[in-house]
Design a protein around this ligand. Structure first.
Ligand code: TYM
Length: 415
């Protein structure tokens, strides 16, 4: 098997990567599974080496700030978006006056999205604001129908519901197109034509090597990666880009990278630039970085539908603590922020750097107790989720239809 995989990867001339996310070390990172045996979670530096991507370093962050004239988002400053592919090339083109577009997505497998799903969308919204570029968002209802125990109609309706949560992140309607695969394929021949071009460029052996598909997987799964790849090619959206071949930037968590390694390999053969990528780390489960968040166990995460009381109870009962067993011991030895989930969640959602620094100092020294740290997190999350819910309540079906209608976007040139 190992030899097969190596051959497959060589055949596809893929960027350095492992098959299906795992080779000889213990972290598993692929679109279906993110599991680590370490209390501190996945070793992301190691993952950069395994996947052959590049670290987002101070130089790149400074470049972002120079080009946009805006301070870097705290996701960049804190290493939450930690890895990239070809960002410097994309920024070179942007500075030379060549605009790009953003592409991201969601697999609508459940009605309620969790906080982890918000991470790429919050960041994408920031990118859209600071670069003033068009954005396409793919809802892979076909993927979830193929992978999950869902009826086709359910997958389509979940895509529509999830679109409301996504729109509630504040995207600009004039510059954002949202589409679901099961509907869009019938509306736009050029999208499906690109899918077929991609399908002709990748063999079964190659997708087996990348995604680990086996003989008993249904054939829909085998061709699905071409559907996730096609939006990275601007000619899939003629009503937005005409026939122009615009560079594409994809923000996502690192689990989606296998799809885009394949896309990047195919791109030059179809006459495109390879899409650039920005990868985020994984937002951990409440029980700790070794546990998987699960839609079927609502206690593993905070959902965008949770009430203030649910948030309070979940954090108090389930958030893994890096504190000591007794108050006396905690005051003496202090807590460990690196494994404490309340602190880790604050890194994602408390944007005040000074306050976060003070919390880290106080918790590490033992001046702050676990209950006090949890209270900080509960306040932040209750506000975040309530604000999200208020915005979502304004999103009518009519608004979703407008985002999902085939409409031109403002494709301004870079200034
Ligand atoms: P899905 O629905 O699993 O996830 C949607 C987006 O959220 C990211 N994500 C997370 N980020 C941080 N912490 C987590 N715990 C966490 N869980 C999920 C995912 O990486 C993703 O960015 N096949 C895709 C849908 C898709 C897509 C795309 C995603 C289609 N085209 C282009 C990104 C870019 C999926 O099922 O995502």
């Amino acid at each position: 098997m190992a030899n097969d995989v190596t051959n497959n990867l060589n055949n596809l001339n893929l960027e350095k990567c492992d098959s299906a996310g795992k080779e000889d070390d213990e972290d598993i990172v692929n679109p279906w599974n993110v599991v680590s045996k370490s209390e501190t979670g996945v070793d992301y530096d190691k993952l950069i080496r395994r996947f052959g991507s590049s670290k987002i370093d101070d130089e790149l962050i400074a470049r972002f700030e120079k080009i946009t004239g805006r301070p870097a988002h705290h996701f960049l400053r804190r290493g939450i978006f930690f890895s990239h592919r070809d960002m410097h090339q994309l920024l070179n083109l942007y500075e030379a006056g060549k605009p790009f577009y953003l592409y991201t997505g969601r697999g609508p497998s459940s009605k309620a999205m969790h906080l982890g799903h918000l991470v790429p969308f919050i960041f994408t919204k920031w990118l859209q604001d600071v670069f003033n570029v068009p954005l396409v968002i793919q809802l892979t209802d076909d993927e979830k129908f193929l992978w999950k125990d869902l009826k086709l109609e359910e997958a389509i309706s979940l895509a529509f519901e999830n679109a409301k949560d996504i729109i509630a992140c504040g995207f600009d309607e004039k510059n954002t197109f949202i589409f679901s695969d099961l509907t869009f394929v019938g509306q736009c021949p050029e999208f499906y034509q690109n899918v077929v071009r991609i399908e002709k460029s990748v063999t079964f052996n190659q997708v087996k090597g990348i995604f680990g598909f086996g003989d008993s997987d249904v054939i829909g799964k085998i061709s699905f990666p071409a559907f996730q790849a096609a939006p990275a090619f601007s000619t899939s959206f003629p009503f937005i880009f005409g026939k122009s071949k615009l560079p594409c930037l994809i923000p996502c968590a690192i689990d989606q990278d296998p799809y885009f390694r394949m896309t990047r390999d195919v791109a030059p053969r179809l006459g495109y630039n390879k899409p650039a990528l920005l990868h985020s780390v994984f937002f951990p489960a409440l029980q700790g970085a070794q546990t998987k968040m699960s839609a079927s166990d609502s206690n593993t995460s905070i959902f965008l539908t949770d009430t203030p009381k649910m948030i309070k109870n979940k954090v108090n009962k389930h958030a893994f603590s890096g504190g000591q067993a007794t108050v006396e011991e905690h005051r003496e030895k202090g807590g460990n922020c690196d494994i404490d989930i309340s602190y880790q969640y604050l890194r994602f959602f408390l944007d005040d750097d000074e306050k976060l620094k003070k919390i880290r100092e106080d918790y590490t020294s033992g001046a702050m107790l676990t209950g006090e740290l949890k209270k900080e997190l509960i306040d932040v999350l209750q506000t975040l989720v309530a604000e999200h819910q208020a915005r979502r309540a304004q999103i009518t079906d009519e608004v979703v239809h407008r985002f999902m209608a085939l409409h031109p976007l403002v494709t301004k040139s870079a200034t």
